[in-house]
Design a protein around this ligand. Structure first.
Ligand code: KG4
Ligand code: ZN
Length: 332
């Protein structure tokens, strides 16, 4: 089935066309970074309005790039949740209207699941695998048994990794989105210059916590040593603390579960230090590490179209009751 995917869960309006025999035919992302930058974070009401403006041109562009129209598209996949409810509703209502007008089936995709399977757009991974999903809203480890078999092993007790990066960047006076800025600044810094706390929790825990790091950073930046510090060194040391815990827990989960495959997913998995450290630790432990390209780590509709295709070709469709949901459906 050739699928049109639509994603609007946060601050990116995206559309893509995926066809299992031809591959990814188009992948269009319209970012709202310029709109939210002035506020230092995503403003939900502004995000919904931007999605309203962008959804039609983005979908038209994705269809044109894929030389596809009503006649070529066999189904529509759309992110149903979790995410910002107003943002989700824009993409969802658009997709439902198109499905009705075109007489094509629709499937509501879970945003976390779409991130977890995005790797298949580039690499067919053998099941089962461990997925580390790290984004602005989520930080979780999953055991993935098949196309409908993701089980959460652990999650964050407080902030998500991306949220920690973004808040840390704001404290350092770096612009939004902070994760990317910290990654950039850290390249010129010394990661061993300052030692920030790592919350390992209990030895076998697959859970995460970043609130201690945030407090430690705030205290440090207020101290005379912090005020004299080079921002590059602070960024590198802070990034090191996050990457250390994320990669360490992902490889530990893979060993505990006896699954020698780890997949990174979500916006934070674009982080260059996290990628390098996970790869390094994976090689040392005999674990194969899969790193999707950065454009497939951050929010996109290619992953939505891909998972929609898998589900619809297995006979699973959503009905008219399809609705958006804000909170994660995964629990441990
Ligand atoms: O998956 P995503 O695009 O949206 C959500 O579903 O949340 O993730 C966005 C998050 C933001 O917090 C952003 O700062 C972070 O991913 N991010 C990064 C990098 N690129 C994006 N964090 C660290 N290093 C990066 N290179
Ligand atoms: Zn996401």
């Amino acid at each position: 089935m050739r699928i049109l995917g639509i994603e609007s869960s946060c601050d990116e309006t995206a559309a893509a066309v995926f066809d299992p025999s031809a591959g990814l035919l188009s992948n269009v992302v319209s970012s709202q970074v310029a709109v939210h930058g002035a506020y230092g974070g995503v403003v939900p009401e502004l995000a919904s309005r931007e999605h309203l403006k962008s959804v039609l041109p983005v979908v038209e562009r994705a269809l044109a790039d894929a030389s596809s129209g009503r006649g070529e598209i066999d189904g529509i996949a759309v992110t149903a949740g979790p995410g910002l409810i107003g943002s989700l509703l824009v993409g969802l209502c658009f997709a439902k209207s198109l499905s009705f007008a075109w007489g094509k089936p629709i499937y509501g995709v879970d945003h976390l699941e779409s991130h977890i399977y995005a790797v298949f757009l580039e690499n067919p991974v053998e099941f089962p695998y461990i997925a580390l999903l790290v984004s602005g809203g989520h930080t979780s480890l999953f055991r993935v048994e098949g196309w409908d078999g993701a089980r959460q092993l652990g999650g964050t007790l407080d902030d998500a990794a991306g949220e920690a990066f973004d808040k840390a960047a704001r404290m350092m006076g770096l612009p939004y989105p902070g994760g990317v800025e910290i990654d950039r600044m850290a390249r010129e810094g010394n990661p061993g210059r300052y030692s920030f706390p790592r919350a390992w929790l209990s030895r076998d825990s697959a859970d995460f916590s970043f609130s201690g790091l945030k407090t430690a950073l705030r205290t440090f930046l207020g101290s005379p040593e912090g005020q004299a510090a080079r921002v590059e060194d602070v960024a590198a040391s802070c990034q090191e603390a996050v990457a250390d815990v994320l990669s360490g827990k992902a490889i530990a989960a893979s060993q505990r579960e006896g699954i020698p495959r780890v997949v990174l997913a979500g916006g934070v998995s674009a982080n260059s230090r996290l990628r390098a450290l996970t790869q390094e630790r994976g090689s040392a432990a005999g674990v194969e590490v899969f790193l999707p390209s950065k454009a497939l780590c951050t929010d996109n509709a290619a992953m939505v179209a891909l998972l929609g295709e898998r589900r619809m070709s297995a006979g699973r469709f959503s009905g008219p009751e399809l609705n958006a949901y804000a909170a994660s459906r995964f629990s441990r």
